[in-house]
Write a protein that binds this ligand. Structure first.
Ligand SMILES: [Fe+2]
Ligand SMILES: [Fe+2]
Length: 390
């Protein structure tokens, strides 16, 4: 842990330090590019960073007996303190918010207290890895957005912040890796528990958090944050909660677990309806390359055809069948499929699903973020899932 912290700190001190007064091009502030929507969006990020006193107190308390971990908390707190500050400065210097408005907003935000969402150090390390990765993705998307809108100031701010968040995620990932070495099964159980109960820190604390994510663009891209399914009235099943919030960290979690790949299949039932089914494919056959590296692979099958397909942004298909039994990999964009029991699933870049309903009522398909680029890998005739996944 000490070594992990030293590596983190060395990069922070030598490559990552930035200065709010000199490194942000405040002179380029253009108040004509401001809008209420933008102000509300930056406010969400600012609010989430405002709970710093609670984050620091909780983190230091939990880690105080572990040298590297508690020193990380101190350094982390310093870096995070700049995040809330720079958002606040942006809002007031740009004229989007007055000092009085900020003070009133801060009062509202801080009237609630953030508490540790998980009780053990190991679970909080899992949470940190996921939460910082999600924040990195959110800020990275905002940096790109500011760049395309020509807001040089915001682009610089999100550049520095997203780089900090990525470094934080990296430290927590290293901490999780150490825990995996020490107690693999226990750590995986914690990781699963944290994923099932994952929420962003401001969710439930910041006034109108979900509403703000939806309406201001702070919820960034459907690729990263997805809305809870409306059929369940916003109440999420534990597995869906994570999938619906964060798609890309989910891929990283699967990578950490590494012994299997989960793919959702949808198929026709005997009574002609359609349903989703989770398939878990072991990726556990060892293969040694000529350089001595050990790789893990799954069973193989021969595909009759492989092709790339681009779906247009506005694609919205009523009930239809899969054109063939195939595995579909999403390369970019987000697609949604609905089955006849009103369930809906979404897949973003890096995920795969198996359309396998050649008869019956079929399924609905919609592009949520497009155009979506997909790879269709056809399954051979008589393909048997049970044999492939055993
Ligand atoms: Fe931050
Ligand atoms: Fe952070």
């Amino acid at each position: 842990m000490y070594r992990a912290y030293l590596e983190f700190f060395e990069v922070a001190e030598t490559k990552r330090r930035w200065n709010m007064f000199n490194d942000v091009p405040w002179e380029a502030l253009d108040s004509s590019t401001g809008s209420e929507q933008k102000a509300a969006r930056i406010e969400v990020f600012c609010a989430e960073e405002l709970y710093l006193p609670d984050y620091s107190a909780g983190g230091v308390e939990l880690t105080r007996s572990i040298f590297g971990a508690s020193w990380f908390q101190a350094c982390w707190s310093y870096e995070e303190s700049k995040h809330g500050l720079v958002f606040r400065e942006y809002l007031t210097r740009s004229g989007l918010r007055s000092e009085a408005e900020m003070a009133a907003f801060e009062d509202r935000v801080l009237s609630k207290v953030w508490r540790l969402p998980f009780q053990t150090r190991r679970q909080m390390a899992c949470y940190g890895a996921l939460q910082e990765a999600a924040t990195f993705l959110a800020y990275k998307a905002q940096k790109d957005r500011a760049g395309s809108e020509g807001d040089k100031v915001l682009e610089a701010i999100f550049f520095f912040l997203s780089r900090d968040e990525a470094a934080h995620a990296g430290f927590y990932r290293a901490a999780v890796a150490l825990e995996l070495d020490e107690d693999r099964n226990g750590t995986l159980a914690d990781l699963a528990f944290v994923i099932a109960n994952f929420k962003m820190p401001g969710d439930g604390l910041i006034p109108d958090y979900q509403e703000r994510l939806r309406t201001t663009g702070a919820g960034i891209s459907a690729r990263t944050f997805l809305e809870p399914p409306s059929e369940t009235g916003g109440a999420l099943s534990p597995a869906a909660a994570f999938i619906d919030y964060i798609v890309i960290p989910r891929a990283y979690v699967f990578h950490a677990i590494d012994a299997s790949m989960k793919i959702t299949r949808f198929h026709a039932t005997d009574d002609g309806e359609s349903r989703f089914q989770e398939i878990e494919l072991p990726v556990n056959q060892e293969r040694r390359d000529p350089f001595g590296n050990i790789m893990h692979q799954s069973n193989a099958f021969n595909s009759p055809s492989v092709r790339f397909v681009e779906l247009p942004s506005n694609l919205d298909q009523s009930w239809h069948h899969a054109p063939a039994r195939q595995i579909v990999f999403v390369l970019h964009g987000v697609v949604e499929v609905g089955t006849s029991d009103n369930e809906k699933r979404r897949w973003g870049a890096g995920s795969a699903f198996i359309p396998d309903d050649l008869s019956g009522k079929g399924h609905l398909t919609r592009v949520i973020e497009g155009p979506a680029m997909l790879a269709f890998i056809e399954l051979p005739p008589g393909f048997d899932f049970d044999r492939w996944s055993s």
